[in-house]
Structure formats: structure tokens, C-alpha cells
Design a protein around this ligand. Structure first.
Ligand code: AMP
Ligand code: GLY
Length: 439
């Protein structure tokens, strides 16, 4: 089975490993040099991940049957639509279905139209003056978001990054002045609680849920600093999280299913992995965002313990195979990203990384190459997250220890890691926080 993969980060490397171990022949498109992905590939195309013409030529030349797109930019650009036209079966959504991520307003309106649970108060604006008028009168704290894509870094929340009304107004002006995320703004009610990620696989009609994961968006230890794409994440052996009961997980799964149904009813059926970001509040799970792809880093957690062949899931998502279940090993995982120094504010790329992948694996961890390059034969950091290390164990504590052992085999003089991810102290903080919220 020939599979074209698009994307050169650690999420895509995890997907490529899962495809390769289930027997796929890999053809990859990426803009950087990723030794992990490329060592598994029969042929490699280095180009922009939204270069539709080159990607289509490469697919035709190599008689590609299936495709999988990792990042959001090529989904937004219509790469899937173009590959669909060629008769290639894509385990990723069309640009119309991907609006669930590429327009935060589309997502909120869809959830409203179909009466789906978990929505938050919101209003969208095309001009700064109206948005500012609105935040002056709205009766709750808000999150301010550009409507379009910003690589996970465009959201600012009152009480977190925005400490008062003046800062909120200044940020709204900044979004419009700089045309960030398409230069439209959505103001959302702030949800208070603990965040979790529920991802599902879907063929447009049915879904198979993945284990719950918790990501860490803030750049610095102790959940401080700017928002990032995500610094690391963990999952537990039972598919739940220590502060998320099954009852609430089921509610999140129902919300994902209803979104899949709504997209089908809107005549833009969704195929592929879908990502639900939720806040567990005192009133149950609330939708923070829905993404049209695997989460990054969350993909590394779930794909590392995926026991159903990923090729079968790709066939099922594209309608060429029936599947009774999707299964995961009953193992906990802890993923920590090595990122270039300055990541989240201004990354310092180009620093040499030395690593021993075999030693990482011998210590019970998996290693995924991310935003790296190879320059003069040396592995160097890029501008985004460099290398993901996923410790696996029977408990989160064991997985965390294995992750740290794995990290010890990677050296670079200009990197940062959030060592607190998956530690008992941080998880206890989440449990206590949830108890306080729920009373
Ligand atoms: P996003 O890029 O939409 O995931 O937002 C980045 C982060 O901002 C999320 O992970 C949340 O921590 C926070 N956030 C976004 N929207 C809200 C909201 N409506 N209420 C509270 N926090 C939010
Ligand atoms: N981990 C957050 C995201 O992939 O959007």
C-alpha cells in the first residue's frame, strides 16, 4: 500500500512510523530534512507543504494510492481537494471540512446550528471598533482569537495573557492592524477548568475514539510564559486522565460524533483524525477548539501505543475497509518536546543536536524528529519544536521516568525542555484544581 505523507514534523514522523510498522510504502513531502521520516520513505519531495502542483506531480509519478496530511496549512490550501481529484484516497479532510479548524467562527456557528452541547458564548467581528465595544459590555471574562490559523499562538485570554481591559483592547487592535489569522476576530467566553484533548478517527459517519491526552501550551515550567504549539503531553493506560472521569470523556466523544454528523449534513463530510480540545468545567466539557488533524504533540502519545495497524485505519477512514475496533496498548505515555532556545518568543535555530536514537529506545522511549534540518551532515534545530521523546510505561510515573532517561541521550547547547510535564507534582496540581472547580 503506497501512502503519501505530507508534513515534516514530529507528528508526521509518528504517523510515518505507525504506517511503516503496518507495512505501508511511504512517499513523503516535507519542506525540511527530517531524518526520521526520510529513512522510512521510498521517495522524498522537498517542497512547500502547500505546493499543490508539485505534490500532485509527485503523487502521479509514484502511482500513489493513499495520502495522509499532518499539518493544517496544506489542509487549508486544498491539497486534499486536489489529490481527491486525482482519485487518491485521502485520510484527511477536504478544505471545506477543514473549516472546522480554519475558521473558528465556522466551528462555533456549526455547533450552534446543530444544538451540540459544550458551546461557549461568542461573537465574531470584521472590525476593531465593534469588537472593542463588545468586550466593554460582555458580562464574563473572554478569550480573544484571530478567526483563522495562527499556528496555535494567536489566542490570548483575560486573566492569563491579558490582565486588564486596556490590554484586551490593544490586542484586538493588534490583530486587525497586523492582519493576524485573516484579520477577523472572535471573542469567546472564557471557560475555567482543566483542559484535555479527545481525538477521534472518522470515516465521515462513524468514529473511533483515541485515548485522552493533556497537552501543555505554555512555554515555561509551572504553566508560565507565552502559548506555544504545545510543549509536551501525557496519556494514561486506561485512556482517561487522573482528573477526567469516564462520564465526562463520553460527553466529549458525543460532541465529536455530533460534529462529524453536522459536517455530513452540511455536505462536507469529514474524513481523517479529528482533534477536540475541551475544558472540563463545573458544568461539564466545553469546546475550546476543534482541529482538522492530529494534535501535535498529542499524536505522538496515541500513535506510539496504537495496536491496530494504522494502514487499516487509513483504509477504513477512506471507505475501503470495514473495521470493528481501533485498539491501543494499555500503556501510559509522557511526551516532552525539545525546543530551540527562545521558542514561543523568538526561536534561535541552527544549533547542532547530537542524539543516540537507539539508546533512547533501549530506555523505553520513542524518539520523533520534528522541526530539524541537516546542514553539512549535521542535525540542527529549526525554528519550531525539534525532537519529541515519548516515554512509555505501565503508569504515568514510569512513562515520565522513561521519557527523562530518553532525553538524557540528546545533547544540544541551545534548547529548552519542560521537565515538569507528567510529573506527580504537576498532575496533583491538576487534580486539586479540578476538585476546587467542581466543589
Ligand atoms: P487554542 O489555540 O484555541 O487551543 O488556544 C490556546 C489556549 O488558549 C488553549 O489551549 C486554552 O488554554 C486557551 N483558551 C482558548 N480558548 C479559551 C476559552 N474560550 N476559554 C479559556 N481558555 C481558552
Ligand atoms: N497540541 C495542540 C494542537 O495541535 O493544536
Amino acid at each position: 500500500m503506497k501512502v503519501l505523507t505530507i508534513g515534516g514534523g514530529a507528528r508526521e514522523h509518528a504517523a510515518v512510523e505507525a504506517l511503516a510498522r503496518s507495512g505501508a510504502e511511504i512517499y513523503c513531502v516535507l519542506k525540511n530534512v527530517n531524518p526520521g521520516i526520510e529513512s522510512r520513505a521510498t521517495a522524498v519531495l522537498h517542497t512547500a507543504e502547500d505546493n499543490i502542483d508539485s505534490i500532485c506531480d509527485f503523487a502521479i509519478k509514484n502511482y500513489i494510492e493513499y495520502a495522509f496530511v499532518g499539518p493544517e496549512a496544506p489542509l487549508a490550501a486544498g491539497v486534499v481537494d486536489a489529490l481527491d481529484e486525482l482519485g487518491i484516497k485521502c485520510a484527511s479532510p477536504t478544505s471545506a471540512a477543514a473549516r472546522i479548524e480554519t475558521s473558528k467562527t465556522f466551528m462555533r456557528e456549526l455547533v450552534t446550528k446543530y444544538g451540540i452541547e459544550g458551546n461557549l458564548g461568542y461573537a465574531s467581528f470584521d472590525d476593531a471598533a465593534s469588537a472593542i465595544e463588545y468586550v466593554k459590555t460582555v458580562p464574563y471574562k473572554v478569550a480573544v482569537k484571530p478567526v483563522g490559523l495562527t499556528g496555535g499562538k494567536g489566542v490570548k485570554v483575560q486573566g492569563d495573557q491579558l490582565t486588564n481591559l486596556e490590554e484586551t483592547i490593544a490586542y484586538i487592535n493588534e490583530i486587525f492592524d497586523s492582519n493576524m489569522g485573516g484579520g477577523k476576530v472572535i471573542i469567546e467566553e472564557k471557560a475555567e477548568g482543566e483542559e484535555f484533548t479527545q481525538m477521534v478517527f472518522t470515516n465521515g459517519t462513524d468514529i473511533f475514539p483515541m485515548p485522552l491526552v493533556q497537552d501543555h501550551k505554555r512555554a515555561y515550567e509551572g504553566d508560565l510564559g507565552p502559548n506555544t504549539g504545545g510543549m509536551g503531553s501525557y496519556s494514561d493506560a486506561d485512556g482517561l486522565l487522573p482528573f477526567i472521569p469516564d462520564e465526562d470523556r463520553q460527553k466529549a466523544i458525543v460532541i465529536c460524533k455530533k460534529i462529524v454528523d453536522a459536517l455530513k449534513a452540511e455536505k462536507c463530510p469529514y474524513r481523517g483524525p479529528m482533534y477536540g480540545q475541551f475544558m472540563l468545567t463545573k458544568d461539564g466539557p466545553k469546546i475550546i477548539e476543534i482541529n482538522a488533524r492530529f494534535g501535535d504533540p498529542e499524536a505522538m502519545n496515541v500513535l506510539t501505543v496504537l495496536s491496530t495497524p494504522f494502514t487499516d485505519i487509513v483504509r477504513w477512514m477512506t471507505g475501503t475497509l470495514r473495521l470493528k475496533s481501533v485498539d491501543f496498548l494499555p500503556k501510559a505515555t509522557v511526551c516532552k518536546y525539545i525546543v530551540p532556545r527562545g521558542y514561543g518568543v523568538k526561536s534561535e535555530p541552527g544549533h547542532t543536536i547530537s542524539l543516540d536514537r537507539e539508546a533512547v529506545e533501549n530506555d523505553g522511549a520513542a524518539l520523533y524528529y520534528g522541526s530539524v534540518d541537516v546542514v553539512n551532515g549535521k542535525l540542527v534545530t529549526g525554528t519550531s519544536r525539534s525532537v519529541g521523546v515519548v516515554g512509555v510505561g505501565d503508569t504515568i510515573a514510569e512513562a515520565e521516568r522513561n521519557c527523562e532517561k530518553g532525553l538524557s541521550h540528546i545533547k544540544c547547547d541551545a534548547i529548552a525542555v519542560r521537565h515538569d510535564i507528567g510529573t506527580e507534582a504537576l498532575i496533583q496540581k491538576r487534580i486539586d484544581h479540578m476538585k476546587a472547580i467542581r466543589g
